[in-house]
Design a protein around this ligand. Structure first.
Ligand code: PRT
Ligand code: ZN
Length: 298
């Protein structure tokens, strides 16, 4: 069996990271791994890829296999949707939400259905790709309905009269609209997570490398939220500017040649929206620049 062979072929110190081989999470996952400094070749059609600059190998799998391979220790880390982890009730150390692959497990019914909210689902047939998650939800809400398990295409089940409602992942909502389905409630939200084998600490070399990569990952994810803001303003506008950008920590304030004017430089721990920039301008700021931050270490 392939999985057993992969387990036997494990080299003691090499850290393995599982990534979806070909799907929605693949390019985001690889960008993220490159973003924390891993260097590797094009991965296409290969199961394993070794990193050039770290004792790390990437393992490309179907997303459904990732939780099991991580919990069994075939791979130490994996990048997978929280929905898959929840559905499989896998035994994993859940580590870091990664900020991509967002979706919601949603309940929907045909537009003309009398069902208005989840309690009305009692006595109906619900087609789903996530039967265990749906079952837990229905039990918690004390709704008695029939679950019809499908491996895809739940959205067409009502029109085939296979089901009265569906419970499926939704991101943009286009699929629901295309099939004349109406959202009546959400089960939970999901995004991609970095997950780990719970016994990782028993391998000190790999655990040390994971701590190092974790610190880089935290830095990358923090940097994505951080913005570097520079602006010029009258010195007396400074308190007002700090009110508008509360996430700005101890800004550098430099007097300008023009009397009473200062230049302000600071990292803002928040998204700086157009509205905030307009308010800064009203407060007297000019030459407002908002720059992305690439990396951070504290
Ligand atoms: O081959 P493999 O098994 O690896 O891939 P897969 O086909 O099972 O998964 P894939 O690549 O479609 O999705 C991988 C992961 O992306 C999922 O496990 C989720 O964590 C995440 N994700 C994010 C989504 C969606 N958004 C999503 N919209 N997964 C599926 N969908 C489907 C949904 O099931 C529905 O059919 O897209 C349709 C709805 O999309 P909208 O945009 O029309 O609302
Ligand atoms: Zn899958």
């Amino acid at each position: 069996m392939q999985k057993d062979r992969m387990m036997r072929d494990r080299n003691g110190s090499t850290l393995r990271i599982a990534v979806q081989s070909n799907g929605r999470l693949t390019s985001y996952s690889l960008d993220l791994l490159r973003g924390i400094g891993l260097e590797f070749e094009d991965y296409e059609r290969r199961l394993f890829v070794r990193c050039r600059n770290f004792d790390v190998e990437l393992l490309f799998l179907r997303d459904d296999d990732i939780p099991e391979y991580v919990s069994d220790g075939v791979t130490d880390l994996g990048i997978v949707g929280l929905n898959v982890v929840r559905e499989q009730e896998a035994d994993l150390a859940e580590m870091v939400p990664l900020g991509f692959g967002y979706c919601t497990l949603t309940l929907a019914v045909p537009k003309g259905s009398p069902v208005a909210s989840p309690p009305d689902l009692a006595g109906t047939r619900i087609a789903t790709t996530h039967p265990r998650s749906l079952q837990r939800y229905l039990a918690a809400q004390e709704i008695d309905a029939d679950i019809i398990e499908l491996h895809g295409g739940a959205e067409i089940a009502p029109s085939l009269d296979v089901a009265d409602a569906i419970c499926d992942l939704v991101s943009t909502g286009t699929t629901l609209r295309m099939h004349d389905l109406r959202r009546i409630g959400d089960v939970w939200d999901s995004q991609a997570w970095l997950v780990a084998n719970p016994d990782l600490e028993s391998e000190p070399d790999r655990a040390a490398l994971v701590r190092r990569l974790r610190a880089r990952l935290d830095g990358l994810l923090t940097a994505r939220r951080l913005k570097y803001v520079t602006l010029n303003a009258p010195a007396e506008a400074l308190p007002r500017i700090r009110e508008i950008l509360p996430g700005m920590r101890s800004p550098t304030v430099v007097p300008l040649a023009d009397t009473g004017m200062v230049a302000v430089h600071a990292a803002a721990q928040e998204e700086v929206f157009w509205e905030a920039m307009e308010r800064l301008k009203e407060a007297g700021a000019t030459e407002i620049l908002v720059l992305p931050v690439e990396k951070v270490m504290r």
